[in-house]
Design a protein around this ligand. Structure first.
Ligand SMILES: [Zn+2]
Length: 693
């Protein structure tokens, strides 16, 4: 679409069973925000829409676990998530929630339209049923083995390992997530959207129509879905949490969360339009509207196949022009995980890095997982801040403002004749809005962020080459011209940085004295190219303030330590209890001869990381025992230790050293080995024979 009249931009509705982490921000919300802010700066009519996704099974499971209602869960996380978005400057025009009445009404109406048009198949099928819980099992209520990849922990709606979308009845060895019981089959009636019926349209619209302009990762996934063959998909569920199915004979049934959630974009748009006194319909129904869905790759099928099929079936809606889904962001080499607490949570980030939202926004953009999965590391975060934001962007602005203050009391000086370098620099400056815009419009936000930095580099190089701090002593006229040119670059940065670094842009505008919207020197995106003077002679700027500050190594180390701690805590929490071994007889037990010994010598086994060679006084004799404890203890740690020894274990050679017994060990919570430590004297017997009573 070349000249859209307006833009409807949606960002994936976050699911309200936890706070937001950096993966969400990098994958969806920062790129969507950059896009929306940019479009507003070039004067476009934009509706940037989002809201909380508050239905579905995981919320009900969490509520059950915590002994509260689903409404309690969604109220809590809706508030936390909304605050995080505000804190990080995500500039939604409306942030709604799917438990809102306007959404229930909109989703029910949408369902009824499709129902009345005969777009659904009504079918009674056998579904998995947990008799003890008196509940049908679908989605996250049931786990089992994925029929496609063999993953034993696949859910009833999706296998997270291979990404396959599943029906609960596809699972091999299904198990109820509520009671752990093996479910039975029971008949129930549901409504299905026959995706197979829309296959021809989807092929033509995406596979032919969007071959060139959609991202290869998105196009590829859609193609493999369509090539696999599409099947009817249930749009209703047997559940008591959600939007009631608005037809007769549907008691106890709600709309499937994936049917109602994308309609949330529409209801959120309605809520916004009501509030600001606009008509919502053109934003969803006018062919001159460009609809763009920002999502993560796990949502591609819903936004590229199911929702478009719903919109098409309804008949009065436009279809998305693009769905620029990102891949996943990893954290320090591991997959981000809410359940494993392997994440950087936004509220925690702000506690540790107050007022440094833009640093995270920038680091996540410069390293965004646009075409493949990418890794967030704290070292890279530090380098992006110190080497780019501080050393390039911040440094340039600081020099310009400090020198202007020092030489001219903060008043923009008058330029005389421009040298060739000045003219080239100003011409290069005028080209930047188009260069950055072109990257943004092609959803290449990483590239766009680097072009912004290049403009600051241009400024730094200009100052370094022209050296006004030297010329000021000899050539006042030339110095004024140089500072005038540098101030124009600073002014352009204040506008062009806004989509990426909104807090910094505000601060910079205030430093440059152009923060009021009606100020003629508060330039729009296009002004940078079209106006000859961005910051006029005589304009008063303010005092220098640091835009960014250096992040030290120990600050980064603290973050790394925090991650290691949460990894350990998680390992402890998820530790599996080994099942009890087969029963033994008392005779078997009494065969064990255990004594208290003292380690009198210890050394490392050469070329073996885990083994220590010990000399142990058992009270019977002093003998050699090879023990696999070298990862937990040094030889010095163990000399003199009193230990429990199984002395009648058949000797066995380890790396050529004969080991005559075994020292009993156990494990601490963090996995470190601990001696089974008798508080008695060497040689004492551990009673397991006739003395036991
Ligand atoms: Zn699988």
């Amino acid at each position: 679409m070349n000249h859209p009249k307006r833009y409807t931009i949606t960002a994936a509705l976050p699911y309200t069973n936890g706070p937001i982490h950096i993966g969400h921000l990098a994958g969806v919300y920062v790129p969507a925000d950059i896009y929306a802010r940019y479009l507003r700066l070039v004067g476009k009519d934009v509706a940037f829409i989002c809201g909380s996704d508050e239905h579905g099974v995981p919320i009900t499971i969490k509520a059950k676990k915590e002994g509260v209602t689903p409404q309690d869960i969604v109220d809590k996380y809706h508030a936390i998530i909304k605050t995080s978005f505000e804190d990080f400057g995500i500039s939604f025009d409306n942030y709604s929630r799917t438990s809102a009445k306007i959404h229930h009404d909109t989703a029910q109406e949408f369902f009824k339209t499709l129902y009345n048009k005969g777009e659904f198949i009504e079918e009674t099928t056998e579904q998995l049923y947990d008799a003890e819980a008196d509940q049908f099992l679908a989605d996250r209520f049931v786990t089992g083995t994925c029929p496609k990849c063999g993953n034993e922990e696949a859910y009833g709606d999706q296998c997270e390992k291979c990404g396959s979308s599943l029906n609960a009845t596809d699972l091999i060895n299904p198990k109820s997530a509520i009671t752990g019981n093996v479910p039975s089959l029971k008949q129930t009636k549901h409504w299905f959207l026959p995706l197979d019926k829309h296959e021809a349209f989807l092929k033509e619209w995406i596979l032919e129509g969007h071959k060139k302009d959609w991202k290869p990762n998105v196009y590829g996934q859609v193609k493999s879905w369509i090539d696999d063959g599409l099947r009817p998909r249930a749009v209703t569920r047997d559940l008591d949490w959600g939007i009631p199915v608005p037809v007769e004979g549907a008691d106890g049934k709600v709309l499937y969360v994936w049917f109602d959630a994308p309609i949330g974009y529409i209801s959120s748009t309605k809520e916004w339009a009501d509030r600001v006194g606009k008509d919502w319909e053109p934003y969803w129904k006018d062919k001159d509207t460009k609809l763009v869905h920002f999502i993560g790759k796990d949502n591609i099928v819903f936004h590229c196949i199911i929702f478009p099929a719903m919109l098409k079936a309804e008949g009065s809606y436009i279809l998305p022009d693009n769905v620029p889904a990102n891949e996943f962001l990893n954290l320090e080499g591991n997959k981000l995980s809410t359940s494993k607490n392997w994440a950087v949570w936004l509220p925690e980030y702000l506690e540790d890095f107050p007022n440094q939202q833009d640093v995270l926004r920038y680091a996540l953009t410069a390293n965004a997982p646009e075409t493949k999965d990418n890794d967030f590391t704290w070292k890279d975060f530090q380098a992006r801040n110190n080497n780019e934001l501080v050393a390039i962007f911040g440094n340039f602005i600081n020099r310009v403002v400090v020198l202007t203050d020092k030489y001219y009391d903060g008043v923009v000086p008058e330029a005389s004749e421009f040298s060739t370098v000045d003219q080239e620099t100003l011409a290069a400056l005028k080209a930047y809005p188009d260069v950055i815009a072109s990257s943004i419009e092609r959803y290449r936000f990483r590239e766009a962020s680097q072009e912004l930095l290049n403009l600051a580099r241009l400024g730094n190089k200009y100052l370094a080459d022209e050296e006004p701090w030297k010329l000021v002593k000899t050539d006042e006229v030339r110095t004024k011209t140089i500072m005038f040119v540098a101030l124009q670059i600073a002014s352009a940065l204040a506008t062009l940085s806004e989509p990426f670094l909104p807090f910094t842009a505000d601060k910079l505008k205030s430093i440059l004295g152009i923060d009021a919207t009606e100020n003629p020197a508060n330039n729009s995106w296009k002004d940078i190219t079209s106006k000859d003077v961005l910051l006029p002679t005589g304009h008063q700027i303010g005092k220098a303030e640091l835009l960014f500050s250096k992040i030290e190594d120990d600050t980064i180390q603290q973050q790394l330590d925090k991650l290691v701690a949460s990894k350990k805590a998680n390992e402890v929490a998820n530790k599996k209890v080994e099942p009890q071994k087969d029963t033994i007889t008392f005779e078997d037990f009494s065969k064990l001869d255990m004594r208290v010994g003292t380690i009198i010598e210890a050394e490392k086994m050469p070329k073996a990381n885990k083994l220590l060679v010990l000399k142990v006084d058992t009270g019977i004799d002093v003998r050699t025992i090879v023990s696999g404890i070298a990862e937990s203890f040094t030889p010095e740690d163990v000399i003199g230790k009193r230990v429990t020894v199984l002395v009648n274990l058949a000797p066995r050679a380890l790396r050529g050293v004969e080991s005559q017994g075994m020292i009993l060990m156990t494990e601490a919570e963090d996995g470190a080995l601990v001696f089974v430590n008798p508080d008695t004297t060497t040689g004492a017997k551990v009673p397991n024979g006739l003395h036991i009573s």
